[in-house]
Design a protein around this ligand. Structure first.
Ligand code: DGT
Ligand code: CA
Ligand code: CA
Ligand code: ZN
Length: 574
Protein backbone atom coordinates (compact mmCIF):
# COMPACT_ATOMS: atom_id res chain seq x y z
CA UNK A 1 0.00 0.00 0.00
CA UNK A 2 1.12 3.50 -0.79
CA UNK A 3 1.54 5.93 2.09
CA UNK A 4 -1.44 8.30 2.58
CA UNK A 5 0.71 11.20 1.38
CA UNK A 6 1.42 9.39 -1.86
CA UNK A 7 -2.23 8.42 -2.34
CA UNK A 8 -3.31 12.03 -1.89
CA UNK A 9 -0.53 13.23 -4.17
CA UNK A 10 -1.67 10.86 -6.94
CA UNK A 11 -5.28 11.89 -6.51
CA UNK A 12 -4.58 15.63 -6.71
CA UNK A 13 -2.26 15.12 -9.67
CA UNK A 14 -4.99 13.16 -11.42
CA UNK A 15 -7.42 16.01 -10.87
CA UNK A 16 -4.92 18.52 -12.24
CA UNK A 17 -4.54 16.33 -15.36
CA UNK A 18 -8.29 16.03 -15.78
CA UNK A 19 -8.70 19.81 -15.58
CA UNK A 20 -5.97 20.29 -18.18
CA UNK A 21 -7.31 17.69 -20.61
CA UNK A 22 -10.83 19.07 -20.50
CA UNK A 23 -9.45 22.51 -21.31
CA UNK A 24 -10.29 23.87 -17.85
CA UNK A 25 -8.68 26.70 -15.92
CA UNK A 26 -4.89 26.38 -16.32
CA UNK A 27 -4.34 28.28 -13.07
CA UNK A 28 -6.48 25.80 -11.17
CA UNK A 29 -4.63 22.84 -12.71
CA UNK A 30 -1.29 24.30 -11.66
CA UNK A 31 -2.52 24.92 -8.14
CA UNK A 32 -3.57 21.27 -7.75
CA UNK A 33 -0.31 20.09 -9.21
CA UNK A 34 1.71 22.21 -6.81
CA UNK A 35 -0.31 21.03 -3.82
CA UNK A 36 0.06 17.42 -4.97
CA UNK A 37 3.84 17.68 -4.96
CA UNK A 38 3.91 19.52 -1.63
CA UNK A 39 1.81 16.83 0.04
CA UNK A 40 3.81 14.01 -1.54
CA UNK A 41 7.00 15.48 -0.13
CA UNK A 42 5.55 16.55 3.25
CA UNK A 43 7.36 15.06 6.27
CA UNK A 44 4.25 14.39 8.38
CA UNK A 45 1.58 11.81 7.62
CA UNK A 46 -1.36 13.77 6.14
CA UNK A 47 -3.90 11.29 7.45
CA UNK A 48 -3.07 12.53 10.96
CA UNK A 49 -3.47 16.22 10.18
CA UNK A 50 -6.52 18.39 10.81
CA UNK A 51 -7.61 21.32 8.68
CA UNK A 52 -5.10 23.61 10.34
CA UNK A 53 -2.23 21.16 9.88
CA UNK A 54 -3.12 20.77 6.21
CA UNK A 55 -3.25 24.51 5.66
CA UNK A 56 0.29 24.74 7.03
CA UNK A 57 1.56 22.78 4.00
CA UNK A 58 2.82 25.25 1.39
CA UNK A 59 0.48 25.49 -1.58
CA UNK A 60 -2.48 23.94 0.21
CA UNK A 61 -5.43 26.34 0.45
CA UNK A 62 -8.83 25.89 2.04
CA UNK A 63 -10.53 24.33 -0.97
CA UNK A 64 -7.78 21.74 -1.51
CA UNK A 65 -7.51 20.99 2.21
CA UNK A 66 -11.24 20.23 2.31
CA UNK A 67 -10.89 17.80 -0.62
CA UNK A 68 -8.09 16.04 1.25
CA UNK A 69 -10.21 15.74 4.38
CA UNK A 70 -13.12 14.43 2.32
CA UNK A 71 -10.85 11.78 0.83
CA UNK A 72 -9.38 10.81 4.19
CA UNK A 73 -12.79 10.34 5.80
CA UNK A 74 -14.76 8.84 2.88
CA UNK A 75 -12.11 7.39 0.56
CA UNK A 76 -13.37 9.50 -2.35
CA UNK A 77 -13.74 13.09 -3.55
CA UNK A 78 -17.04 13.76 -5.32
CA UNK A 79 -15.68 16.52 -7.55
CA UNK A 80 -12.91 14.21 -8.82
CA UNK A 81 -15.38 11.35 -9.35
CA UNK A 82 -17.43 13.66 -11.56
CA UNK A 83 -14.42 14.71 -13.61
CA UNK A 84 -13.52 11.03 -14.10
CA UNK A 85 -16.86 10.27 -15.70
CA UNK A 86 -16.14 12.83 -18.42
CA UNK A 87 -12.63 11.65 -19.28
CA UNK A 88 -11.61 7.96 -19.38
CA UNK A 89 -8.51 6.87 -17.50
CA UNK A 90 -6.72 5.90 -20.73
CA UNK A 91 -6.76 9.49 -21.94
CA UNK A 92 -4.75 10.51 -18.89
CA UNK A 93 -2.27 7.82 -19.81
CA UNK A 94 -1.90 9.47 -23.21
CA UNK A 95 -0.60 12.74 -21.80
CA UNK A 96 2.29 10.93 -20.09
CA UNK A 97 3.70 10.34 -23.59
CA UNK A 98 6.49 12.84 -24.24
CA UNK A 99 5.48 15.07 -27.23
CA UNK A 100 1.76 14.64 -26.62
CA UNK A 101 0.12 17.44 -24.67
CA UNK A 102 -3.36 17.49 -23.10
CA UNK A 103 -4.89 19.40 -26.03
CA UNK A 104 -3.83 16.79 -28.57
CA UNK A 105 -4.89 13.98 -26.23
CA UNK A 106 -8.38 15.45 -26.06
CA UNK A 107 -8.56 15.76 -29.87
CA UNK A 108 -7.56 12.10 -30.21
CA UNK A 109 -10.27 11.10 -27.77
CA UNK A 110 -13.03 13.23 -29.26
CA UNK A 111 -12.26 12.66 -32.94
CA UNK A 112 -10.96 9.09 -32.99
CA UNK A 113 -12.22 7.74 -29.63
CA UNK A 114 -8.67 6.81 -28.66
CA UNK A 115 -8.41 6.15 -24.93
CA UNK A 116 -5.30 4.01 -24.51
CA UNK A 117 -1.70 3.85 -25.69
CA UNK A 118 -2.44 0.61 -27.55
CA UNK A 119 -5.33 2.16 -29.48
CA UNK A 120 -3.08 5.09 -30.28
CA UNK A 121 -0.40 2.78 -31.68
CA UNK A 122 -2.99 1.11 -33.92
CA UNK A 123 -4.21 4.46 -35.19
CA UNK A 124 -0.64 5.58 -35.84
CA UNK A 125 0.12 2.50 -37.90
CA UNK A 126 -3.04 3.07 -39.93
CA UNK A 127 -2.01 6.73 -40.46
CA UNK A 128 -5.31 7.94 -39.06
CA UNK A 129 -3.76 10.90 -37.29
CA UNK A 130 -2.33 12.94 -40.12
CA UNK A 131 -5.72 14.22 -41.27
CA UNK A 132 -6.61 15.66 -37.88
CA UNK A 133 -6.34 19.38 -37.36
CA UNK A 134 -2.96 20.27 -35.84
CA UNK A 135 -1.43 16.86 -36.65
CA UNK A 136 0.86 15.83 -39.52
CA UNK A 137 3.37 13.22 -40.62
CA UNK A 138 5.95 14.88 -38.36
CA UNK A 139 3.63 14.69 -35.34
CA UNK A 140 3.08 11.00 -35.99
CA UNK A 141 6.80 10.42 -35.93
CA UNK A 142 7.21 12.42 -32.71
CA UNK A 143 4.45 10.53 -30.98
CA UNK A 144 5.86 7.17 -32.03
CA UNK A 145 9.23 8.20 -30.62
CA UNK A 146 7.53 9.39 -27.43
CA UNK A 147 5.80 6.04 -26.96
CA UNK A 148 9.09 4.20 -27.46
CA UNK A 149 10.72 6.37 -24.78
CA UNK A 150 7.82 5.81 -22.41
CA UNK A 151 7.90 2.05 -22.83
CA UNK A 152 11.66 1.81 -22.37
CA UNK A 153 11.61 4.06 -19.36
CA UNK A 154 8.79 2.12 -17.74
CA UNK A 155 11.09 -0.76 -16.85
CA UNK A 156 14.34 -0.84 -14.93
CA UNK A 157 17.49 -1.09 -17.01
CA UNK A 158 20.51 -3.37 -16.77
CA UNK A 159 23.53 -2.23 -14.83
CA UNK A 160 25.91 -2.02 -17.80
CA UNK A 161 23.74 0.39 -19.78
CA UNK A 162 23.29 2.58 -16.68
CA UNK A 163 27.02 2.47 -15.89
CA UNK A 164 27.97 3.48 -19.43
CA UNK A 165 25.60 6.45 -19.36
CA UNK A 166 26.66 7.52 -15.85
CA UNK A 167 30.36 7.36 -16.62
CA UNK A 168 29.96 9.33 -19.80
CA UNK A 169 27.87 12.02 -18.09
CA UNK A 170 30.10 12.34 -15.00
CA UNK A 171 33.15 12.67 -17.26
CA UNK A 172 31.52 15.49 -19.21
CA UNK A 173 30.23 17.35 -16.14
CA UNK A 174 33.63 17.06 -14.42
CA UNK A 175 35.00 19.29 -17.17
CA UNK A 176 32.49 22.10 -16.56
CA UNK A 177 33.96 25.20 -14.89
CA UNK A 178 33.02 25.35 -11.20
CA UNK A 179 32.56 21.59 -10.81
CA UNK A 180 34.54 20.61 -7.71
CA UNK A 181 33.42 16.99 -7.51
CA UNK A 182 31.17 14.76 -9.54
CA UNK A 183 30.00 11.20 -8.87
CA UNK A 184 27.03 8.95 -9.32
CA UNK A 185 25.03 7.78 -6.32
CA UNK A 186 21.76 5.81 -5.93
CA UNK A 187 21.25 2.17 -6.82
CA UNK A 188 24.05 2.36 -9.39
CA UNK A 189 26.67 3.18 -6.75
CA UNK A 190 25.27 0.31 -4.67
CA UNK A 191 25.57 -1.86 -7.81
CA UNK A 192 22.06 -3.21 -7.75
CA UNK A 193 21.41 -5.58 -10.64
CA UNK A 194 18.91 -3.23 -12.28
CA UNK A 195 18.64 0.55 -12.13
CA UNK A 196 15.48 2.68 -12.01
CA UNK A 197 17.18 5.99 -12.68
CA UNK A 198 20.72 7.34 -12.46
CA UNK A 199 21.45 9.87 -9.70
CA UNK A 200 24.38 12.18 -10.37
CA UNK A 201 25.81 14.56 -7.79
CA UNK A 202 28.02 17.58 -8.30
CA UNK A 203 29.68 19.78 -5.69
CA UNK A 204 29.73 23.38 -6.87
CA UNK A 205 29.07 26.85 -5.47
CA UNK A 206 26.87 27.84 -8.37
CA UNK A 207 24.44 25.34 -9.80
CA UNK A 208 23.21 27.15 -12.92
CA UNK A 209 26.20 26.48 -15.21
CA UNK A 210 26.09 22.77 -14.38
CA UNK A 211 22.36 22.48 -14.91
CA UNK A 212 22.77 24.24 -18.26
CA UNK A 213 25.60 21.93 -19.32
CA UNK A 214 23.56 18.92 -18.26
CA UNK A 215 20.52 19.82 -20.35
CA UNK A 216 22.80 20.55 -23.32
CA UNK A 217 24.62 17.18 -23.29
CA UNK A 218 24.51 15.24 -26.57
CA UNK A 219 22.83 12.28 -24.79
CA UNK A 220 20.00 14.47 -23.50
CA UNK A 221 16.86 13.78 -25.51
CA UNK A 222 14.39 15.55 -23.27
CA UNK A 223 14.43 17.75 -20.16
CA UNK A 224 11.87 16.41 -17.70
CA UNK A 225 12.35 19.01 -14.97
CA UNK A 226 14.73 21.92 -14.68
CA UNK A 227 15.43 23.43 -11.28
CA UNK A 228 18.13 25.03 -9.19
CA UNK A 229 18.82 22.04 -6.96
CA UNK A 230 17.74 19.22 -9.25
CA UNK A 231 17.37 18.73 -12.96
CA UNK A 232 16.08 15.56 -14.61
CA UNK A 233 16.59 14.51 -18.19
CA UNK A 234 15.83 11.51 -20.33
CA UNK A 235 18.67 10.20 -22.46
CA UNK A 236 18.35 9.25 -26.11
CA UNK A 237 18.05 5.65 -24.90
CA UNK A 238 15.11 6.45 -22.63
CA UNK A 239 17.02 6.38 -19.31
CA UNK A 240 16.16 9.02 -16.69
CA UNK A 241 19.11 10.82 -15.12
CA UNK A 242 18.79 13.21 -12.15
CA UNK A 243 21.47 15.79 -11.45
CA UNK A 244 21.69 17.38 -8.01
CA UNK A 245 24.13 20.19 -7.27
CA UNK A 246 25.30 20.26 -3.65
CA UNK A 247 27.20 22.93 -1.72
CA UNK A 248 30.82 21.66 -1.61
CA UNK A 249 30.94 21.49 2.19
CA UNK A 250 27.85 19.23 2.24
CA UNK A 251 29.31 16.74 -0.24
CA UNK A 252 29.58 13.83 2.18
CA UNK A 253 26.09 14.26 3.59
CA UNK A 254 24.56 14.52 0.12
CA UNK A 255 26.50 11.55 -1.19
CA UNK A 256 25.43 9.47 1.80
CA UNK A 257 21.79 10.48 1.48
CA UNK A 258 21.45 10.01 -2.28
CA UNK A 259 23.37 6.74 -2.32
CA UNK A 260 20.72 5.16 -0.12
CA UNK A 261 19.32 2.70 0.08
CA UNK A 262 16.30 4.28 1.64
CA UNK A 263 16.25 1.47 4.21
CA UNK A 264 19.92 2.07 5.10
CA UNK A 265 19.26 5.82 5.38
CA UNK A 266 16.39 5.25 7.76
CA UNK A 267 18.57 3.04 9.99
CA UNK A 268 21.42 5.53 10.23
CA UNK A 269 18.99 8.35 10.89
CA UNK A 270 17.62 6.33 13.81
CA UNK A 271 21.16 5.84 15.04
CA UNK A 272 21.74 9.60 14.76
CA UNK A 273 18.61 10.28 16.81
CA UNK A 274 19.95 8.02 19.58
CA UNK A 275 23.07 10.21 19.68
CA UNK A 276 20.80 13.30 19.90
CA UNK A 277 21.79 14.26 16.37
CA UNK A 278 19.74 14.94 13.30
CA UNK A 279 20.99 13.64 9.95
CA UNK A 280 19.88 15.13 6.64
CA UNK A 281 21.22 15.49 3.14
CA UNK A 282 22.94 18.70 4.40
CA UNK A 283 24.84 17.24 7.32
CA UNK A 284 24.83 15.88 10.83
CA UNK A 285 23.44 18.45 13.29
CA UNK A 286 22.97 18.77 17.06
CA UNK A 287 19.25 18.55 17.72
CA UNK A 288 19.32 21.08 20.54
CA UNK A 289 21.54 23.81 19.20
CA UNK A 290 20.94 23.10 15.52
CA UNK A 291 24.70 23.41 15.08
CA UNK A 292 26.33 21.48 12.27
CA UNK A 293 28.78 18.82 13.42
CA UNK A 294 30.06 17.31 10.17
CA UNK A 295 29.01 17.16 6.51
CA UNK A 296 32.07 17.16 4.26
CA UNK A 297 32.77 13.42 3.93
CA UNK A 298 30.89 10.17 4.40
CA UNK A 299 33.72 8.88 6.61
CA UNK A 300 33.30 11.72 9.14
CA UNK A 301 29.55 11.21 9.35
CA UNK A 302 29.81 7.46 9.85
CA UNK A 303 32.60 8.00 12.41
CA UNK A 304 30.43 10.35 14.49
CA UNK A 305 27.82 7.60 14.62
CA UNK A 306 30.40 5.08 15.84
CA UNK A 307 30.70 3.36 12.47
CA UNK A 308 33.49 2.62 10.03
CA UNK A 309 32.84 3.78 6.44
CA UNK A 310 30.34 1.32 4.98
CA UNK A 311 30.91 0.31 1.34
CA UNK A 312 27.90 1.30 -0.83
CA UNK A 313 27.37 -2.31 -1.97
CA UNK A 314 26.51 -3.21 1.64
CA UNK A 315 24.02 -0.38 2.21
CA UNK A 316 20.83 -2.41 1.94
CA UNK A 317 19.89 -2.78 5.62
CA UNK A 318 20.99 -6.41 5.70
CA UNK A 319 22.80 -6.15 9.02
CA UNK A 320 25.63 -3.87 7.89
CA UNK A 321 25.00 -1.34 10.63
CA UNK A 322 25.02 -3.88 13.45
CA UNK A 323 28.16 -5.44 11.95
CA UNK A 324 29.76 -2.00 11.63
CA UNK A 325 29.02 -1.14 15.25
CA UNK A 326 30.79 -4.37 16.29
CA UNK A 327 33.59 -3.55 13.84
CA UNK A 328 32.88 -6.79 12.02
CA UNK A 329 32.23 -5.62 8.48
CA UNK A 330 33.64 -8.04 5.90
CA UNK A 331 36.72 -6.97 3.96
CA UNK A 332 35.01 -7.15 0.59
CA UNK A 333 36.55 -8.73 -2.49
CA UNK A 334 37.51 -6.09 -5.11
CA UNK A 335 38.14 -6.22 -8.83
CA UNK A 336 41.86 -5.81 -8.12
CA UNK A 337 41.83 -9.08 -6.20
CA UNK A 338 40.68 -11.05 -9.27
CA UNK A 339 43.56 -13.01 -10.80
CA UNK A 340 41.75 -14.60 -13.70
CA UNK A 341 38.57 -15.54 -15.50
CA UNK A 342 37.33 -19.14 -15.21
CA UNK A 343 34.48 -19.28 -17.75
CA UNK A 344 35.07 -18.00 -21.31
CA UNK A 345 34.29 -19.05 -24.87
CA UNK A 346 35.96 -18.77 -28.29
CA UNK A 347 34.77 -19.06 -31.87
CA UNK A 348 35.27 -22.81 -31.65
CA UNK A 349 31.73 -22.76 -30.23
CA UNK A 350 29.46 -19.74 -29.91
CA UNK A 351 32.08 -17.10 -29.07
CA UNK A 352 32.89 -14.54 -31.76
CA UNK A 353 36.65 -14.15 -31.22
CA UNK A 354 39.43 -16.66 -31.93
CA UNK A 355 41.39 -18.15 -29.03
CA UNK A 356 44.46 -15.93 -29.60
CA UNK A 357 42.41 -12.73 -29.40
CA UNK A 358 40.59 -13.75 -26.22
CA UNK A 359 43.87 -14.73 -24.58
CA UNK A 360 45.64 -11.52 -25.65
CA UNK A 361 42.75 -9.43 -24.27
CA UNK A 362 42.87 -11.35 -20.99
CA UNK A 363 46.61 -10.74 -20.71
CA UNK A 364 46.04 -7.02 -21.24
CA UNK A 365 43.75 -7.09 -18.22
CA UNK A 366 46.72 -8.19 -16.14
CA UNK A 367 45.40 -11.64 -15.28
CA UNK A 368 47.78 -14.28 -13.95
CA UNK A 369 45.64 -17.13 -15.25
CA UNK A 370 42.82 -17.58 -17.75
CA UNK A 371 40.58 -20.57 -18.49
CA UNK A 372 39.12 -21.37 -21.91
CA UNK A 373 35.86 -23.29 -21.41
CA UNK A 374 34.05 -23.89 -24.68
CA UNK A 375 30.77 -25.80 -24.82
CA UNK A 376 30.72 -29.61 -24.73
CA UNK A 377 29.01 -31.93 -27.30
CA UNK A 378 25.56 -32.25 -25.73
CA UNK A 379 24.71 -28.68 -26.61
CA UNK A 380 24.18 -30.00 -30.12
CA UNK A 381 24.01 -26.78 -32.08
CA UNK A 382 27.61 -26.03 -31.01
CA UNK A 383 28.85 -29.13 -32.90
CA UNK A 384 31.64 -29.90 -30.46
CA UNK A 385 33.56 -33.17 -30.93
CA UNK A 386 36.31 -34.97 -29.04
CA UNK A 387 38.72 -34.21 -31.85
CA UNK A 388 37.92 -30.50 -31.87
CA UNK A 389 38.34 -30.03 -28.13
CA UNK A 390 41.59 -32.03 -28.11
CA UNK A 391 42.93 -29.94 -30.98
CA UNK A 392 42.02 -26.83 -29.01
CA UNK A 393 43.91 -28.23 -26.03
CA UNK A 394 47.04 -28.45 -28.17
CA UNK A 395 46.56 -24.83 -29.25
CA UNK A 396 46.09 -23.74 -25.65
CA UNK A 397 49.24 -25.58 -24.53
CA UNK A 398 51.17 -23.99 -27.39
CA UNK A 399 49.93 -20.51 -26.50
CA UNK A 400 50.65 -20.99 -22.81
CA UNK A 401 53.83 -19.14 -22.00
CA UNK A 402 53.46 -16.65 -24.86
CA UNK A 403 52.08 -14.15 -22.39
CA UNK A 404 54.79 -13.99 -19.82
CA UNK A 405 52.85 -13.46 -16.67
CA UNK A 406 49.64 -15.35 -17.54
CA UNK A 407 49.09 -19.11 -17.46
CA UNK A 408 46.33 -20.79 -19.47
CA UNK A 409 43.93 -23.44 -18.25
CA UNK A 410 42.11 -25.68 -20.68
CA UNK A 411 38.58 -26.33 -19.55
CA UNK A 412 35.07 -26.87 -20.80
CA UNK A 413 31.52 -25.86 -19.97
CA UNK A 414 29.60 -29.12 -19.62
CA UNK A 415 25.83 -29.50 -19.92
CA UNK A 416 24.05 -30.92 -16.96
CA UNK A 417 21.58 -33.25 -18.69
CA UNK A 418 18.00 -33.84 -17.51
CA UNK A 419 19.15 -36.63 -15.19
CA UNK A 420 22.29 -34.88 -13.98
CA UNK A 421 24.45 -36.72 -16.51
CA UNK A 422 27.36 -34.94 -18.26
CA UNK A 423 28.71 -34.85 -21.81
CA UNK A 424 31.82 -37.00 -21.40
CA UNK A 425 32.86 -40.01 -19.30
CA UNK A 426 35.06 -39.42 -16.25
CA UNK A 427 38.32 -40.50 -17.89
CA UNK A 428 37.84 -37.90 -20.62
CA UNK A 429 36.89 -35.22 -18.07
CA UNK A 430 40.11 -36.00 -16.21
CA UNK A 431 42.03 -34.47 -19.14
CA UNK A 432 40.71 -30.96 -18.46
CA UNK A 433 42.26 -28.47 -16.07
CA UNK A 434 38.80 -27.21 -15.15
CA UNK A 435 35.20 -28.33 -15.69
CA UNK A 436 32.34 -25.88 -15.33
CA UNK A 437 28.92 -27.58 -15.48
CA UNK A 438 25.70 -25.72 -16.28
CA UNK A 439 22.03 -26.27 -17.01
CA UNK A 440 21.06 -25.19 -20.55
CA UNK A 441 17.75 -26.97 -21.16
CA UNK A 442 14.78 -28.74 -19.51
CA UNK A 443 14.13 -25.75 -17.26
CA UNK A 444 10.61 -26.89 -16.43
CA UNK A 445 11.35 -30.16 -14.68
CA UNK A 446 9.88 -30.68 -11.23
CA UNK A 447 11.60 -29.16 -8.22
CA UNK A 448 12.77 -32.63 -7.11
CA UNK A 449 14.22 -33.45 -10.54
CA UNK A 450 16.00 -30.09 -10.85
CA UNK A 451 17.44 -30.37 -7.37
CA UNK A 452 18.66 -33.93 -7.88
CA UNK A 453 20.09 -32.95 -11.25
CA UNK A 454 22.23 -30.13 -9.83
CA UNK A 455 23.34 -32.21 -6.85
CA UNK A 456 24.43 -35.06 -9.12
CA UNK A 457 26.57 -32.63 -11.09
CA UNK A 458 28.18 -31.38 -7.85
CA UNK A 459 28.94 -34.96 -6.88
CA UNK A 460 30.97 -35.63 -10.01
CA UNK A 461 34.59 -35.29 -8.80
CA UNK A 462 35.64 -33.56 -12.03
CA UNK A 463 33.09 -30.75 -11.79
CA UNK A 464 34.72 -27.82 -10.02
CA UNK A 465 32.20 -25.05 -10.69
CA UNK A 466 28.44 -24.90 -11.30
CA UNK A 467 27.93 -22.26 -14.04
CA UNK A 468 25.09 -19.69 -13.92
CA UNK A 469 23.38 -21.85 -11.26
CA UNK A 470 19.77 -20.63 -11.58
CA UNK A 471 19.89 -19.91 -15.37
CA UNK A 472 17.76 -16.81 -14.92
CA UNK A 473 18.02 -13.98 -17.44
CA UNK A 474 17.00 -10.65 -16.02
CA UNK A 475 13.75 -9.39 -17.51
CA UNK A 476 13.54 -12.43 -19.80
CA UNK A 477 13.52 -15.72 -17.98
CA UNK A 478 13.03 -16.64 -14.32
CA UNK A 479 15.49 -18.96 -12.62
CA UNK A 480 14.77 -22.69 -12.35
CA UNK A 481 12.74 -23.86 -9.38
CA UNK A 482 15.25 -26.06 -7.52
CA UNK A 483 15.76 -26.41 -3.77
CA UNK A 484 18.87 -24.24 -3.72
CA UNK A 485 19.46 -24.73 -0.01
CA UNK A 486 19.99 -28.41 -0.78
CA UNK A 487 22.23 -27.48 -3.72
CA UNK A 488 24.32 -25.10 -1.59
CA UNK A 489 24.68 -27.80 1.03
CA UNK A 490 25.87 -30.24 -1.66
CA UNK A 491 28.36 -27.69 -3.00
CA UNK A 492 29.83 -27.21 0.46
CA UNK A 493 29.97 -30.97 1.07
CA UNK A 494 31.61 -31.81 -2.28
CA UNK A 495 33.83 -28.71 -2.49
CA UNK A 496 32.17 -27.50 -5.69
CA UNK A 497 32.26 -23.75 -6.28
CA UNK A 498 29.21 -21.76 -7.38
CA UNK A 499 29.61 -19.32 -10.22
CA UNK A 500 28.71 -15.67 -10.03
CA UNK A 501 28.15 -15.15 -13.73
CA UNK A 502 29.08 -11.49 -14.39
CA UNK A 503 27.11 -10.99 -17.58
CA UNK A 504 24.75 -8.05 -16.82
CA UNK A 505 21.82 -9.99 -18.25
CA UNK A 506 22.51 -12.89 -15.87
CA UNK A 507 24.24 -11.91 -12.60
CA UNK A 508 23.66 -15.49 -11.51
CA UNK A 509 23.89 -16.26 -8.60
CA UNK A 510 22.26 -13.01 -7.53
CA UNK A 511 23.31 -11.09 -4.41
CA UNK A 512 20.76 -12.65 -2.07
CA UNK A 513 21.57 -16.19 -3.20
CA UNK A 514 25.27 -15.48 -2.69
CA UNK A 515 24.59 -14.32 0.84
CA UNK A 516 22.59 -17.48 1.53
CA UNK A 517 25.10 -19.84 -0.09
CA UNK A 518 27.95 -18.30 1.89
CA UNK A 519 26.29 -19.41 5.10
CA UNK A 520 26.78 -23.02 3.97
CA UNK A 521 30.51 -22.41 3.58
CA UNK A 522 30.46 -22.58 -0.23
CA UNK A 523 33.26 -21.11 -2.36
CA UNK A 524 32.56 -18.97 -5.44
CA UNK A 525 34.04 -18.30 -8.88
CA UNK A 526 33.36 -14.85 -10.34
CA UNK A 527 33.49 -15.33 -14.11
CA UNK A 528 32.33 -13.46 -17.19
CA UNK A 529 31.15 -16.24 -19.53
CA UNK A 530 32.71 -13.96 -22.18
CA UNK A 531 31.72 -14.70 -25.76
CA UNK A 532 33.80 -11.79 -27.08
CA UNK A 533 36.67 -9.57 -26.04
CA UNK A 534 34.21 -6.84 -25.07
CA UNK A 535 32.65 -9.12 -22.44
CA UNK A 536 35.80 -9.53 -20.35
CA UNK A 537 35.26 -6.20 -18.53
CA UNK A 538 31.88 -7.50 -17.24
CA UNK A 539 33.96 -8.82 -14.34
CA UNK A 540 33.21 -5.60 -12.42
CA UNK A 541 29.50 -6.42 -12.28
CA UNK A 542 30.17 -9.91 -10.94
CA UNK A 543 32.44 -8.42 -8.29
CA UNK A 544 29.69 -5.90 -7.41
CA UNK A 545 27.25 -8.77 -6.95
CA UNK A 546 29.79 -10.65 -4.82
CA UNK A 547 30.22 -7.57 -2.63
CA UNK A 548 26.47 -7.28 -2.24
CA UNK A 549 26.65 -10.90 -1.07
CA UNK A 550 29.28 -9.90 1.56
CA UNK A 551 32.06 -11.99 -0.01
CA UNK A 552 35.72 -11.59 0.90
CA UNK A 553 38.76 -12.56 -1.12
CA UNK A 554 38.94 -15.92 0.66
CA UNK A 555 35.46 -16.87 -0.55
CA UNK A 556 36.40 -16.43 -4.23
CA UNK A 557 38.63 -19.07 -5.82
CA UNK A 558 39.77 -16.88 -8.71
CA UNK A 559 41.47 -14.47 -6.32
CA UNK A 560 43.70 -17.28 -5.12
CA UNK A 561 47.27 -17.85 -6.34
CA UNK A 562 47.46 -20.42 -9.15
CA UNK A 563 48.87 -23.18 -6.96
CA UNK A 564 46.08 -22.93 -4.45
CA UNK A 565 43.52 -22.77 -7.27
CA UNK A 566 45.01 -25.89 -8.88
CA UNK A 567 44.73 -27.77 -5.59
CA UNK A 568 41.06 -26.81 -5.42
CA UNK A 569 40.50 -27.95 -9.01
CA UNK A 570 42.13 -31.35 -8.52
CA UNK A 571 39.44 -34.09 -8.74
CA UNK A 572 38.16 -35.32 -5.42
CA UNK A 573 39.78 -32.54 -3.38
CA UNK A 574 37.23 -29.90 -4.27
P1 DGT B 1 16.34 3.15 -8.27
O1 DGT B 1 16.55 4.48 -8.86
O2 DGT B 1 14.94 2.73 -8.19
O3 DGT B 1 17.18 2.09 -8.92
O4 DGT B 1 16.83 3.17 -6.73
P2 DGT B 1 17.59 4.32 -5.92
O5 DGT B 1 18.05 3.71 -4.65
O6 DGT B 1 18.61 4.97 -6.77
O7 DGT B 1 16.42 5.32 -5.55
P3 DGT B 1 16.09 6.82 -5.99
O8 DGT B 1 16.68 7.16 -7.30
O9 DGT B 1 14.63 6.94 -5.85
O10 DGT B 1 16.74 7.69 -4.85
C1 DGT B 1 18.14 7.77 -4.69
C2 DGT B 1 18.49 7.71 -3.24
O11 DGT B 1 17.98 8.86 -2.54
C3 DGT B 1 17.87 6.54 -2.49
O12 DGT B 1 18.63 5.36 -2.62
C4 DGT B 1 17.85 7.04 -1.08
C5 DGT B 1 17.59 8.52 -1.23
N1 DGT B 1 16.16 8.78 -1.04
C6 DGT B 1 15.27 9.08 -2.00
N2 DGT B 1 14.05 9.27 -1.47
C7 DGT B 1 14.17 9.04 -0.16
C8 DGT B 1 13.26 9.09 0.94
O13 DGT B 1 12.07 9.35 0.81
N3 DGT B 1 13.76 8.80 2.17
C9 DGT B 1 15.08 8.49 2.36
N4 DGT B 1 15.49 8.21 3.58
N5 DGT B 1 15.94 8.46 1.36
C10 DGT B 1 15.52 8.73 0.11
CA1 CA C 1 18.16 6.02 -8.74
CA1 CA D 1 16.51 9.38 -8.70
ZN1 ZN E 1 26.36 -21.65 -20.16
Amino acid sequence: MARPNEEVEALLQEYADLVTISGGDAYKARAYEKAARAIGGHHADVSRLDLKGLLDIPGVGKSIAEKVLEYLSTGRVSMIEEARTVIPAGVRELISIPMLGPKKAMVLYEELHISSVDQLLDALHEHKLRDLKGFGARTEENILHGIALLQQAGGRILIDAATDAAEQITAELSGVAGCERCAYAGSLRRMRETIGDVDILVAADRSAPLMEAFTALPVTAEVIAHGEKKTSIRTTKGLQVDLRVLPPDAWGAGLLYFTGSKAHNIRIRELAVRHKYKLSEYGLFHVKSGKKIVSATEEEIYARLGLPWIPPTLREDRGEIAAGLRDELPELVTEDDIRGDLHTHTDLTDGVAPLEEMVAAAARRGYTYYAVTDHAPNLYMQRMTDAKILAQREQVRALDGKHRRMRLLHGTELNIGPGGDLDWPDDFLAGFDLCVASVHSHFNQSREELTRRLIRACENPHVAVIGHPTTRQIGKRPGIDADFDAVFEACARTGTALEINSHPQRLDLCDEDVLRAKRYGVKFAISTDAHSVTHLPYMRYGVGTAQRGWLTKDDVINTWPLQKLRRFLRPGTH
